[in-house]
Design a protein around this ligand. Structure first.
Ligand code: SF4
Ligand code: SF4
Length: 168
C-alpha cells in the first residue's frame, strides 16, 4: 500500500509495459545532464552493467574501482555504485561537454530515466517520474524504443533473477 502511495506521488499514476507508449522522450536532452549529477546513491550497478562497461572500456573491474565505481553497503550487502566526482558531484563517466562517455553501454538504470521500474508479482512494470526531468515538452515514445535494450527478454529475466537474489 505504501509503495502505491509513493508511486502516485512521484509518477503520473500509470504503469507501463514494454510495448506501451509513454511521454518520456526528451528528444536528445538539449545539452542537459541533470540526471547524471549527484546520483551516486541511486545508480546501483548489476553484474551485467559491470560486464558491459568493463568490456566496452577494455578495463577490468579493479581498474574502475575507486575512480569510476564505488562500493557501498546497503541493507547489509555491498554492491557497486557509480562514483560521483568530489568537486562537482558529476558522474565519473560524464565528459566536460556533459555527455556520457559510455552512452551505448550505460547502466540499466540510466537507460530508464525519466522512467522507473516497479516490481510486483515476480515481474516489473515501468512508471513515468514527474517533476525530476527539466525538459518541459516530453514526447510520446514506445517504452521499448526509449530504453533500447538488446535481447530484452533475456535481459528482463536476468534483472528479475538479480532482484530476487538481492532481496533474499
Ligand atoms: S534530466 Fe531529463 S533532459 Fe536532463 S539529461 Fe536527464 S533525461 Fe535528459
Ligand atoms: S553512466 Fe552515463 S548516463 Fe549514467 S549517470 Fe553516468 S554519465 Fe549519466
Amino acid at each position: 500500500m505504501r509503495t502505491t502511495n509513493i508511486l502516485n506521488e512521484i509518477s503520473d499514476g500509470k504503469l507501463y509495459d514494454i510495448e506501451d507508449m509513454v511521454k518520456a522522450d526528451t528528444c536528445g536532452c538539449n545539452g542537459c545532464s541533470d540526471c547524471c549529477k549527484d546520483v551516486g546513491d541511486l545508480v546501483v550497478l548489476t553484474p551485467f552493467d559491470i560486464y558491459e562497461m568493463t568490456t566496452y572500456l577494455n578495463a577490468d573491474f579493479d581498474k574502475l574501482l575507486g575512480d569510476k565505481i564505488l562500493l557501498r553497503e546497503n541493507n547489509k550487502i555491498t554492491l557497486p555504485y557509480l562514483k560521483m566526482q568530489d568537486k562537482n558531484k558529476n558522474c565519473s563517466f560524464l565528459d566536460k561537454n556533459g555527455r556520457c562517455t559510455i552512452h551505448s553501454k550505460r547502466p540499466n538504470i540510466c537507460r530508464l530515466f525519466p522512467l522507473g521500474r516497479v516490481y510486483q508479482d515476480n515481474d516489473f512494470k515501468y512508471f513515468l517520474q514527474v517533476d525530476n526531468c527539466p525538459e518541459e515538452e516530453l514526447k510520446d515514445v514506445k517504452v521499448a524504443d526509449w530504453i533500447n535494450i538488446e535481447n530484452y527478454n533475456e535481459n528482463k529475466k536476468f534483472i528479475l533473477e538479480w532482484y530476487k537474489f538481492i532481496k533474499a
